[in-house]
Design a binder for this molecule. Structure first.
Ligand SMILES: [Zn+2]
Length: 486
């Protein structure tokens, strides 16, 4: 027999999830879900605020006898990623998500499910609407646009929230407590150069391909090759002997991805083409052997191409190649607080040379803001030596793990009491809303946790039904045992 979603337990959570999922809620177009949540809070007779960016705050007073507890901010994001399979007919703007149960998991019919972070939001709604759950003072914080820029969290106003503990519900492994994340900072570098006639020679297109890429935070410690660094190493190794002139470079794409490919058009002296190719090939063999385990697919090809007739002036070319060579890239420091966690890293995301301007872009991450800025300064100094203009932008704070956190100790104890095992405690080397919220409200004691969700942001997204019940029991027990105000 096929159960429907509303027949699942705990029914109060699943029924809120169903009603939330009936509301279209793509990132940056959250108006309908903001209205939905405002009506929900007001309908319960609770103080409901929509702030200027669109975050919704709903306050619920403590239940009888719980007034002396610390205020808890329950937080989730309202928006979801809208993705569907190519063969699925679906209009996210007008249709609600259609879900079904399959072997212990809730799935959607050819679309993202919205369990990220709809399941967390639904659980908070269930706390707000309940009349039989003991808890201290609650502030529900529903943010917008987590998925495409965290603009809700970034524009949070100080003074709206009074709680001292924040429970974020946006983690995807039940049994795991997340206690830290990385902040980030973009560094954008511009080196203007004179375009000079390329002159005689043979034009060649060098392609670095076949790398794995991946998330430049979560996967930076895996030792994968950076296409921009590899391309630059080839250009450095061959720069002097072959009269190499760079006409253009196009390496990397997304600012938060490890670059998988880089392409360069260069011109070398015609009588040196054969030895140039041999030299590159030898260098590639060396790099392939260095990366044999992490990048078995690394390939470099050199094909004849058309010269554009204009190249970088020799002085600028030398400065660019030296600076890219000297610049830090990859993991810089591991965390002192947590074994195996990357504390600080940077990734050379983009190198783009064309029409008189070389653009270089880094994304630097750290759970320690001063360490992030220190590393960004190294990049800054390197490229200033090369005569480039350097700007930093898009900075957001990290969340430094606090092993002495009071709520962490409580939740570890409660989890063990409920389930007889220790929860795993971890942190991520990527941005979370907690980092940003903690920047606006310093001193919050924060934990992120949630039910198990697989393949978020894709039509394969699914939520483990049994994990929702465990998560819910854990949440209720935690609310019941929140420490008293200091
Ligand atoms: Zn999420």
């Amino acid at each position: 027999m096929n159960k429907t979603v509303t027949e699942l337990k705990p029914s109060v959570v699943w029924s809120h999830f169903e009603s939330l999922n009936a509301v279209p809620r793509p990132s940056k177009r959250e108006q309908r879900v903001i209205e939905f949540m405002k009506a929900f809070g007001e309908g319960l007779g609770l103080e409901t605020i929509v702030d200027q960016i669109g975050n919704v705050i709903i306050r619920k007073p403590a239940t009888t006898g719980m007034e002396n507890r610390q205020g808890v901010i329950l937080q989730g994001h309202l928006d979801m990623v809208h993705q569907k399979n190519a063969d699925t007919e679906f209009d996210f703007e007008t249709q609600g998500i259609e879900s079904y149960i399959d072997d212990g998991w809730l799935k959607a019919k050819g679309t993202t499910l919205g369990a990220d972070n709809g399941m967390g939001v639904a659980s908070i709604m269930a706390v707000l609407s309940a009349t039989d759950i003991p808890h201290g003072p609650i502030e529900a914080l529903f943010t917008i646009d987590e998925e495409t820029g965290m603009t809700g969290a970034s524009n949070l106003q100080p003074g709206n929230l009074t709680g001292t503990i924040l429970l974020n519900t946006d983690t995807e492994d039940e049994g795991e407590l997340c206690i830290g994340c990385a902040g980030g900072l973009d560094t954008n570098i511009e080196l203007k150069y004179s375009q000079v006639p390329t002159g005689d020679g043979e034009a060649l297109r060098i392609s670095v391909k076949g790398l794995r890429g991946g998330h430049s935070g979560c996967e930076i410690h895996l030792g994968r090759g950076n296409a921009n660094k590899i391309m630059n190493r080839l250009l450095w190794n061959t720069g002097k002997q072959f009269g190499l002139r760079i006409e253009s470079i196009d390496g990397g794409s997304l600012r938060n991805a490890i670059p998988r490919e880089s392409f360069a058009t260069v011109v070398v002296d015609a009588d040196k083409t054969v030895s140039f190719k041999q030299h590159v090939s030898d260098s590639v063999t060396v790099i392939q052997s260095e990366l044999v385990r992490t990048e078995p697919g690394l390939m470099v090809s050199i094909e004849p191409t058309q010269s554009a007739g204009l190249a970088m002036d020799a002085e600028s070319q030398a400065r660019l190649v030296r600076a890219v060579y000297a610049a830090p890239c990859g993991v810089i420091r591991m965390s002192d607080e947590m074994e195996g966690l990357v504390e600080t890293s940077t990734s050379l995301a983009r190198v783009h040379v064309e029409s008189g301007i070389a653009l270089v872009q880094f994304l630097t991450r750290s759970s320690v803001e001063t360490a992030r800025d220190d590393l960004a300064n190294m990049i800054d100094a390197t490229f200033q030596l090369a005569g480039a203009k350097v700007e930093h932008s898009g900075g957001y704070p990290g969340w430094k793990p606090n092993a002495d956190s009071e709520i962490l100790a409580e939740m570890k104890r409660i989890y063990h009491e409920l389930f007889g095992v220790e929860p795993r405690v971890n942190a991520v080397h990527a941005g979370l809303e907690c980092g940003i919220i903690g920047g606006v409200y310093p001193g919050l004691d924060m934990i992120s946790f949630g039910p198990t969700i697989k393949n978020p942001h894709s039509p394969d997204e699914k939520c483990e039904i049994a994990s929702v019940e465990k998560y819910w029991r854990f949440l209720l027990a935690t609310l019941k045992q929140i420490p008293a105000k200091h």
